[in-house]
Ligand binder design. Structure first.
Ligand code: DCP
Ligand code: MG
Length: 430
């Protein structure tokens, strides 16, 4: 009896947005291999090739069990010739020669190191690589003129390449909430991106801000940024205004409008003393508060040390507590901070934070568009165009046949408009 023959007979839909893709899955070795090749293609600006590897990896992530032999893959969609070859190699030999060669190549290593600098994309990194610049230190020595983002990226390189933990994301969320409520009471803040999909770490923290009274959110970002700057929370920020105008005759453009909302790319200064204790500008952080995730309010419970001996853990109204970052991560943070160029150990770390402001009427589209994963978003848009003759963006959904915009006030409604089963955020990890 062949193990797992049922895999071949199960019919798997071909768009990632038709499938449930959990964070934890059964084929890590295979998807890791394919992800390296996808990354290499993306760094070489071969987008099509990158997407093909990403689609193959996403298919494997959605399978209900581990693939043990290539015969189990018969009849499955999304597996191109190249991906299949790599999968077979890994199944048979444990590794793929192409993946090994890529991982060890100077170019791949250099491109990864250089694009790991905030503000540096594949094009710039490639130009520098050709000039013999392979590392951030090479770049520093080169005397190249860098823009403001790249200077910050270089300055905080090590820290920005440390994963951001969930507790750090929650701590940042509390700061953002204070800032937003200080300048616009009643505004709503939602954690989006990878953390909303249930990831325990991320490369940044993403937030979506809106207000139930349409129009009140206009011009909000500069005020929030001023507040954060005045309080010393920002190491870097670049704010772009809202450039989206819903044109009456033209459909929303799908690809290019991720950045048409009021948006702020920033680097936060998050306090963590050497034991990792939160000491935000002297005030202790209130924890156990609600941060809206878009699935209804959800209370996060970061690791807590109760500083008030009179408070019991079962108290319905928790008093201010101290947030502590513990374990390996805290040690790694202290290590990096302790070895930073300027001075001795310090009591804060740099964290990349993205803020997006959306009008209330576009909130559901913004939420769906900013929750990811990137491939899931791409597949949603591809499904909309090719299967439904619709154009989906983070602002709107346009029906080309009925020549009208379709309204929605929840993600569920958007999936319904698209004729798709609702996939919750935790299953959008394609
Ligand atoms: N997004 C997108 N296309 C872009 C930028 C963003 O589709 N050009 C969406 C999908 C992402 C989300 O926004 O999931 C947030 O972008 P991130 O780059 O922060 O990605 P994640 O939050 O998913 O991953 P990470 O944990 O690395 O931050
Ligand atoms: Mg993110």
């Amino acid at each position: 009896e062949k193990p797992g023959l049922e895999l071949a007979v199960v019919s798997v839909p071909s768009y990632a947005c038709q499938r449930h893709t959990p964070l934890l899955h059964h084929n890590i070795t295979l998807t890791d291999a394919l992800s390296i090749l996808a990354e290499n293609a993306e760094l070489g600006e071969n987008e099509g090739r990158g997407v093909a590897f990403r689609r193959a990896a996403a298919l494997l992530k959605s399978l209900p069990q581990e693939v043990r032999g290539a015969e189990q893959l018969r009849g499955l969609p999304c597996l191109g010739e190249h991906s299949l070859r790599v999968i077979k190699e890994v199944l048979e030999d444990g590794v793929s020669l192409e993946v090994e060669t890529t991982t060890h190549s100077e170019q791949f290593k250099a491109m990864k190191a250089l694009t790991g600098i905030f503000g540096v994309g594949a094009k710039t990194a490639d130009r520098w690589f050709r000039e013999g610049i392979h590392t951030p230190s090479d770049l520093q020595r080169s005397g190249h003129t860098l823009n403001r983002a790249q200077r910050a990226g270089l300055q905080y390189y090590d820290e920005l390449n440390l994963p951001v933990t969930k507790s750090e994301a929650v701590a940042i969320g509390q700061i953002v909430e204070r800032a937003v409520h200080a300048v616009l009471p009643g505004a709503e803040i939602t954690l989006i991106g990878g953390f909303r999909r249930g990831k325990q770490t991320g490369h940044d923290v993403d937030f979506l801000i809106t207000h139930p009274d349409e129009g009140r959110e206009e011009g909000l970002m500069p005020k929030v940024v001023s507040w954060l700057e005045a309080q010393g929370f920002l190491l870097y920020q670049k704010t772009t205004g809202n450039s989206y105008l819903e044109s009456k005759e033209g459909p929303a453009r799908p690809a290019s409008n991720m950045d048409r909302f009021e948006r702020c790319f920033s680097i936060f200064r998050l306090s963590t003393d050497n034991e990792g204790r939160e000491i935000q500008t002297g005030r202790e952080i209130q924890t156990g508060r609600e941060i809206q995730t878009g699935d209804g309010p959800q209370t996060y419970s970061p690791t807590l040390t109760n500083t008030d001996p009179h408070t019991h853990s079962d108290s319905p109204h928790p008093l201010p507590q101290t947030l502590v970052v513990v374990g390996d991560h805290a040690q790694k943070v202290s290590w990096v901070l302790g070895h930073s160029q300027c001075s001795g150990p310090r009591s804060w770390r740099a964290v990349r934070v993205d803020l997006v402001v959306s009008p209330y009427s576009q909130f559901a589209f913004a939420l769906l568009g900013w929750t990811g994963s990137k491939l899931f978003e791409r597949e949603l848009r591809r499904w909309a165009v090719h299967e439904k003759a619709m154009t989906l963006s983070s602002h709107a959904l346009y029906d080309r046949k009925r020549t009208q915009y379709l309204r929605a006030s929840s993600e569920e409604e958007i999936f319904a408009h698209l004729g798709l089963e609702y996939i919750p955020p935790c299953d959008r990890n394609a």
